[in-house]
Design a protein around this ligand. Sequence first.
Ligand SMILES: Cc1cc2nc3c(=O)[nH]c(=O)nc-3n(C[C@H](O)[C@H](O)[C@H](O)COP(=O)(O)OP(=O)(O)OC[C@H]3O[C@@H](n4cnc5c(N)ncnc54)[C@H](O)[C@@H]3O)c2cc1C
Length: 309
Amino acid sequence: MTAEAYDTVIVGGGPAGLGAALYLGRSRRRVALVDSGDARNMAAGVMHNVLTNDGVTIADFRARARAEISRYGVEFLDDEVITVAPEGDRLVTTAKEAGALRSRTVLYAAGVRSKLPDVPGLAALWGKGVFECPYCHAYEVRDGHFGVYGGAVPGECLAATLTAWTSSLTYLSDRRELPEEEQGFLAASGVKIVPEKIAAVAAHPDGVAVDLTDGSVLTFTALFLHTDTEPRVEPLRPWLQAADLTSVQTDERGRTSLPRLYVAGDLGKNMQQAAMAAASGGLAAMAINADLVREDRPGALYDLPPAAH
Ligand SMILES: Cc1cc2nc3c(=O)[nH]c(=O)nc-3n(C[C@H](O)[C@H](O)[C@H](O)COP(=O)(O)OP(=O)(O)OC[C@H]3O[C@@H](n4cnc5c(N)ncnc54)[C@H](O)[C@@H]3O)c2cc1C
């Protein structure tokens, strides 16, 4: 077994893991951050709603964050974590190249995967004409003609929200039966309903072309849809199974029901946005630091500093 090296190993180097690394590095903790480099939003290329950095490329955001955080001694490993498991009162994170990393705590910030519906051509346009988040992407295509795909996951609320950016909205239900109240809601929002089955989606000079099975083609400036997501918790599965759990339960500060394991970012309780993921990383980092101080000074009554409550 490797010698104990770290206070915290962070799994995931997106906004959540990086946010936590900054707080923990500045808390003088020994930290390693392991990241496999395939973030959920990579297809979009840029990030909006990031203060002082609106529209920053994801590559630039990550490179600059790493440069800042490196000043505080955090180590970065470009590697893939295979397992995280308890061993006595420590955790062992095993990565493909680096092998076993022993630590007092692990912050797990590996994010989630978007599960796209099985519509031919749609995945290729994900983040480039086909979007989920209005706040991230709708401004750039404002006043355009928006399609809202509601065939897999209902998107009526998404369609209503999008009326803030355009008055030209079409709801594609892809033959999903729409209850009367949903139809009424869409009509009240000024949204046209197209019930035909979708054959394929393709890039178009005006944005996105949607081929319907009746032979007609609709073109949109952008297509929006809600997706299901799945948590990227494969490395935790054996531990979860051993603890008789199917998922990681977490509180607002990222503490979980598994000892010494913390969670932040899209995997946690916050809204799935970069700034919120970074903030949740900071929150979890403060919880980790507080717990480590308490462990090192038994009897100390200590939690987050009052200003953070
Ligand atoms: C197409 C798209 C566009 C978006 N645009 C915006 C936007 O403009 N603005 C905005 O605020 N939000 C945007 N979002 C949401 C935003 O991307 C997420 O909320 C944010 O990235 C979550 O941060 P995170 O750190 O939790 O996870 P992620 O950013 O997904 O980072 C998780 C990291 O963990 C790593 N990882 C996973 N498993 C392992 C493993 N086993 N070992 C090592 N590393 C691992 C991954 O490689 C990844 O780098 C967008 C989402 C999508 C899908």
